[in-house]
Design a binder for this molecule. Structure first.
Ligand code: MN
Length: 288
């Protein structure tokens, strides 16, 4: 398994200086930097080439995370919105190819965060499957894994459990289309953490890790031994990426609903120490 983190551990907005974060995560000992996929659309070819070269030099890979806005909802009842969403996500994948980023991860079967104005789940599901088939074709051609994130009931009405995710993937039936399970969401929705991972099995393409309150792995009460054992049992050899959110403020704080400091008022140096310790903890639990 490879281990990484989302850069937004250190930021208040959904954007950042990815060269800075590439160096930072490599220094800490990570194998992966996860960035905001939407930012790829504003990156020049020369910047993409520089970031690609830097990642290679540092020995890390870059994965691309997206929660498409409502105007890009590929499950929308409005055909123009669906087309816009398919183009948006296809354009992102073309930029990812230039960066040599081979995993797009997130709620790319609908939009995020959901406002729950359309509750016709079967219709959204069917339109989402149809759109994701098209996107899975683009991903397959580019050698990109298109990993659909299963999230909790407060963030979508479509895929809340591993079982639903597996059904959606089977409906799409494209090799590039896989699942993303996130321990934070699983803790809310799944009867069994290990069971959900075994349900996903070979369809599992990416894992997000964080405690029940989105603190760093090892700072809370999630069953990391059980999670690690299940990942080894299914032979998971993919990307495990932390999504720690511990600071208030900005769009990150409001989208994630961080209303108190969860870092014990850590400064940046202390946050770096904390995440390094969490990485060591996670490797110990997951590598068995
Ligand atoms: Mn996640």
């Amino acid at each position: 398994m490879k281990y990484g983190t989302l850069y937004a551990y250190w930021t208040h907005e959904w954007t950042g200086d990815y060269k800075h974060f590439a160096k930072k995560v490599a220094d800490i000992g990570f194998d992966i930097l996860e960035i905001s996929a939407g930012d790829l659309l504003t990156m020049s070819d020369s910047y993409l080439a520089e970031l690609k070269a830097l990642a290679k030099e540092l020995g890390i890979i870059i994965t691309s995370n997206i929660g498409p806005a409502k105007k890009y909802d590929v499950g929308s009842s409005d055909p123009e919105t669906r087309e816009r969403g398919i183009k948006f996500l296809s354009d992102i994948m073309k930029q990812m190819d230039k960066l040599d980023s081979r995993s797009i991860v997130g709620v790319m079967y609908t939009y995020w965060p959901c406002d729950f104005t359309d509750l016709d789940k079967p219709a959204i599901w069917a339109r989402g499957v149809d759109s994701v088939k098209k996107l899975g074709h683009v991903a397959g051609e580019l050698g990109i894994d298109y990993c659909l994130e299963v999230v909790n009931r407060f963030e979508t009405n479509i895929l809340n459990t591993a079982e639903e995710g597996v059904q959606f993937c089977r409906d799409v039936d494209m090799p590039a289309v896989k699942l993303l399970l996130d321990t934070f969401h699983m803790n809310i929705e799944e009867d069994s953490m290990g069971g959900a991972i075994r349900t996903a099995g070979k369809l599992l393409g990416h894992v997000h890790v964080g405690e029940a309150n989105r603190k760093l792995p090892g700072q809370g009460r999630l069953p990391w031994d059980e999670i690690g054992a299940a990942l080894r049992e299914i032979g998971f050899d993919g990307n495990v990426v932390m999504e720690p959110f511990v600071k208030m403020g900005g769009k990150v704080g409001s989208d994630i609903k961080v209303w108190r400091d969860l870092s014990d008022n850590a400064d940046e140096a202390q946050m770096d120490v904390n995440i390094k310790k969490s990485l060591e903890f996670l490797r110990g639990k997951f590598e068995g």
